[in-house]
Design a protein around this ligand. Structure first.
Ligand code: FPP
Length: 264
């Protein structure tokens, strides 16, 4: 069994464990070439396959992608049917190859309104790959960050009916165990292609301290060099998690007072 060794970048002490991606711009990519929008989604699958390989090469441990949002149901019926069919066919066609590469698949989202055959393909893919650990590939499908928080509350209450009596003991940590991606580290880097600069209801809780990277590249064009650029952006960031770099815990009172008088 392959086990990944955490990456560490030469000019940084930071590791990059988990990348989350909004794969935006398939429709525009197709329209600019005079194709129907669905052609963009088809090429978008190839782009995702490349990203998976490139993440393995970069020794990323978790990749989470937004494949279909709770809000995508407002698209035309023909695009929705195309996407459902494309997802199911891709899962079935790629499963053995992904399993051999050491990828562990997880599908995250609300399955209630999905076709039974698609849910069946997702469950089969999860079961076939569950003991793999080279790359955890999480595919968010019929997913919304707000849905995730509400399903977490429901699960918490289901598992602990007495929590209402004891609600003051509830903490961020005890609640977050019930979120869909509870068992893995929060994303270090968020990438959104397609030029928009918003989260679009993706992983709202999990992205609290994630570094955000936006690029105009349309998803079908996103390649190895674009991933490298995003990683270089990440490596250049100073992550503070709400702390400061100027006011060091280990600094003397005089040093911190000097800092204060410089600022005020
Ligand atoms: C957003 O682009 C993209 C989607 C809603 C679909 C993303 C899905 C894939 C790339 C395929 C993934 C496949 C599997 C099996 C997980 P858009 O259509 O909103 O583009 P636009 O903003 O240019 O219209």
């Amino acid at each position: 069994m392959n086990t990944i060794v955490a990456n560490k970048f030469i000019n940084s002490n930071q590791t990059l464990t988990h990348i989350a991606v909004v794969m935006d711009g398939n429709g525009r990519w197709a329209e600019r070439r005079g194709y129907v929008r669905n052609q963009g989604h088809k090429i978008g699958v190839s782009s995702l396959k490349q990203l998976v390989k490139n993440c393995i090469n970069e020794r990323i441990q978790y990749l989470t992608v937004f494949a279909f949002s709770s809000e995508n149901w407002t698209r035309t019926e023909s695009e929705i049917v195309f996407l459902m069919t494309l997802f199911e066919r891709t899962i079935r066609a790629e499963l053995q190859g992904l399993a051999k590469q050491g990828i562990r698949l997880k599908f995250v989202g609300n399955n209630d309104s999905l076709p039974d055959s698609l849910v069946g393909a997702m469950r089969e893919a999860e079961q076939t790959t569950e003991s793999n650990n080279l790359l955890g590939l999480n595919i968010c499908f019929n997913y919304g960050g707000k849905w995730d928080i509400v399903q977490g509350i429901k699960k918490l209450l289901e598992n602990n009916p007495d929590v209402i009596k004891d609600y003051t003991k509830l903490t961020e940590q005890s609640f977050s165990q019930y979120l869909a991606l509870a068992d893995i580290p929060e994303p270090d880097l968020f990438i959104r292609t397609g030029g928009e600069q918003r989260l679009s209801n993706f992983l709202l809780w999990n992205l609290a301290y994630t570094e955000l990277y936006f690029t105009d590249i349309l998803w079908p064009d996103f390649d190895k060099g674009d991933l490298r650029e995003a990683i270089d952006f990440y490596v250049g960031r100073k992550r503070k998690f709400g702390g400061t770099v100027d006011f060091r815990v280990g600094a003397s009172e005089d040093e911190n007072n000097d800092q204060l008088s410089n600022i005020l």
